[in-house]
Write a protein that binds this ligand. Sequence first.
Ligand SMILES: [Zn+2]
Length: 68
Amino acid sequence: MAYYCRDCSYKGKKRAADGHCPACGSAKFYLQKAKTDPDKPETRKGSLVVLVLLWGYLIAHIYWKLYV
Ligand SMILES: [Zn+2]
């Protein structure tokens, strides 16, 4: 968890005693709840698709070997 300033884009674990940004003193200083990585969900989705495809391929192969 880290704090993020929207005025000067300061990022840090500390904040000023009054809750403002220690770099520029802005009140637009928020606690970032989670790491907002826009690439992560897409990568997860992609790897999930690959996993499903691989399992489908494997099952199809086993099925083909057994019944054809
Ligand atoms: Zn700031």
